[in-house]
Design a protein around this ligand. Sequence first.
Ligand code: KIV
Length: 276
Amino acid sequence: MARLTVPDIQAKKGQEPIVALTAYDFISARLAEEAGVEMLLVGDSAAMVILGYEDTLPITMEEMVVFARAVARGSERALIVGDMPFMSYQTGPQEAIRNAGRFLKEGGCQAVKIEGGEEVAEIVAAVVRAGIPVLGHIGLTPQRASALGGYRVQGRDLESARKLLRDAESLVEAGVFALILECVPAEIARLITERIPIPTIGIGAGPHTDGQILVFHDVVGLWPRFRPRFVRTYGEIAQEIVRAIRTYAEDTRARRFPGPEESFRLSEEVLKALEV
Ligand code: KIV
C-alpha cells in the first residue's frame, strides 16, 4: 500500500475533508489507520496523554523520536507528521533544521509541525528550504499557552483576528503545506480557508476548514482529565478497559482464572514418573 504524500493531502482541498488524528505508538497508529485516518500527527500532546505532564512543555526530542518511530512501525498509508517540541526550533533555523531532520531520518515521519505565526515564519522557511515539509499551526498554540493567557479561544477581537489572517499568509509564504487552526471562531477559520491555497485543518475551529484533527485519547474516551468543549468523544474506551481489568482481578481472586483452557498440562506418563 503506497503511503500518502504531501501533494496527495494538498489535492484534497476543495474536494473532500482531510481526516487527521494524533497517534503516539504502534497500536494507536495501527487502529487509526485501520479506521481510515489519512494524516497521523505524533503530537507533543504526548507529554500529557502519554507521559502525564500538566502541559506540553517538558517533552523532549528524544522522547518524540521514540514515539514517532513506533507510529511509523504501526502505519503503512497515512502521512506521518512529527510535532516539533518546545525549544526544538525556537532557538533558530540551524537547530530547527537539525531537529526536523531527526523526525524524518530517525522517526520515519514525512513532515513536521511547527507552532506559531509570523514570528516563526523565517524558521519555517529555512526548514522548508532544507526539503522538509512543514505543517503550520496557529490560533491556540499550546506551547505559548501562558503567553496567550491560558487555553482560550483566539482571534475574537478585530486586532487578534487580523493577526491570525497575517499569520496564515506569512506561513503560506514561508512554504507550509497545510495549516492547523486551533480554537478560533468558525468565521475566522472560514475566511482563512477561503483565502489561502493550502488545506486548513481545524481543531475547535468550526465546520468550514478543509479537514479536522483531534487527539486520539479524546476521540475514543481514554482521557480522564479535562475534555475541551470542541471535542466530540465517540467511545468510552477507558470504562471498557477498567471493566476488563476489574473482571480479571475478580476472576484471579476467586480462582476462576486461569482455567483448564488457559493452562498447560504434563502428560500422565511424566507426571507418574515425577510422583514416585
Ligand atoms: O499535539 C497535539 O495534539 C496537537 C493538536 C493540534 C492535535 O498539536
